[in-house]
Design a protein around this ligand. Structure first.
Ligand SMILES: [Zn+2]
Length: 388
């Protein structure tokens, strides 16, 4: 398999920091390894394992959680705060395109702040239908590479928590430029990968098949400055997503120019931040594995609750290799009928008459899952990965 070049500067020279093996669904289109690497030339962090764009398209249309969570009313706490940032920076009649707008949560937040000239672009038809019908805003099905908007239509293209997913973000920056009027701007918001280690909830949660680019503020600037854009403003904010889950996001505002390329020094914050995160993740995973070994010492058959990233990490770990996984229960309808490590994935019915232990394979949702299982009246022993 070919290796992926740096998504910011294109250099093929990178240092591999870590290899994470994942057990994914049998027909999963994405790679079963996550290779965390740092570019030697510019310092950008990324997953070096690469796949054709077609595999990502297949994944995002069939398997991604974003296809399920399309409710426009779902509260996402970061959105109003981000809209507030833009309200301080821009006049209210700025023609704005939200690239990767999902079901329009951010557009709605902008409208509440008084913005009047809003449009959305997203590859999921269901999201676009929601925006058009429920919010009454202009929204079209497409991607930044393929869309129905005429060139030079907008003053600002914005993209929130999208760029960490893109296989070739530089190409997308160039496509964004085509959509903007002369002197148009881009506003990009991404997770701050240099600070992952400060907000750890679950081991390796940020090194998952979806998040393949790890930006710091500096590397986000480089992505634009390398392509001739001018850096206008930047900032960061820590958001509380749930009482136990916080995340720091960084944003940058850029103006389309044709400046000569600037060569700035490599950014070392990502190498340090990602290395620290990997060490802490290994330690957390080792504690979970030791706990599982004790709790499941006398058991051969187990069930897992949760088919997410942590399950993929645990299944690849040797702690579960001598167990027979009877089933993996998950409410995501996109997962129903799939096979994971030889076990069927699906809803409650998979428990059938199984009386053995159920591993609650999530940290973030642990308490919610435990109370759900109790409500179902199941008498199975519940094995936690995490104790408060
Ligand atoms: Zn680079």
């Amino acid at each position: 398999m070919p290796i992926r070049s740096c998504p910011v500067c294109g250099s093929p020279d990178a240092d591999e920091l870590h290899r994470l093996r994942l057990i994914l669904f049998d027909d999963h289109p994405l790679a079963h390894n996550y290779v965390t690497a740092v570019c030697r030339k510019c310092g950008m962090g990324f997953n070096r394992e690469t796949l054709p764009a077609e595999a990502y398209n297949r994944y995002y249309t069939k398997l991604s959680k974003y296809v399920v969570n399309t409710s426009a009313s779902a509260p996402i706490p970061r959105l109003p705060e981000c809209a507030e940032i833009l309200a301080h920076l821009l006049p209210r009649d700025t023609a704005i395109l939200d690239v990767g707008c999902g079901s329009g949560g951010f557009l709605e937040s902008l409208r509440k702040r008084g913005f009047t000239n809003l449009a959305g672009l997203d590859p999921t038809p269901e999201c676009i239908r929601i925006i058009r019908e429920d919010l009454g805003l202009d929204a079209r099905v497409g991607t930044i590479a393929e869309h129905p908007f005429p060139p030079r239509s907008f003053d600002l293209a914005l993209s929130t928590v999208v760029f960490e997913h893109l296989l070739n973000p530089g190409l997308d920056v160039d496509k964004m430029a085509d959509l903007l009027k002369p002197e148009g701007m881009a506003f990009i918001l991404v997770p701050d990968a240099s600070r992952f280690a400060e907000f750890m909830v679950s081991p390796f949660q940020d090194l998952n098949v979806e998040h393949i680019n790890h930006f710091s503020s500096d590397s986000l600037n480089k992505l634009f400055e390398n392509r001739g854009w001018e850096h206008l403003d930047a900032g960061s904010a820590t958001f509380t997503l749930t009482p136990t889950w916080q995340s720091t996001l960084i944003w940058g505002l850029y103006r389309k120019r044709d400046q000569s390329q600037r060569l700035s020094a490599a950014d070392h914050t990502l190498r340090e931040g990602l290395s620290d995160y990997i060490v802490k993740s290994e330690a957390m995973l080792a504690r979970m594995a030791a706990n599982l070994r004790t709790e499941l010492a006398g058991d051969t058959d187990v069930m897992l609750w949760g088919a997410g990233h942590l399950t993929s990490v645990l299944l690849a770990h040797d702690v579960l290799t001598d167990k027979r996984i009877k089933a993996v229960i998950d409410s995501n309808p996109n997962y129903a009928g799939k096979t994971l490590a030889g076990a069927p994935v699906g809803g409650h019915e998979l428990r059938s008459d199984f009386q053995g232990p159920i591993v609650v394979a999530t940290v973030r949702e642990q308490d919610a899952v435990i109370s759900q299982i109790k409500q179902l009246g199941w008498s199975n022993r519940l094995v936690r990965l995490y104790h408060h």
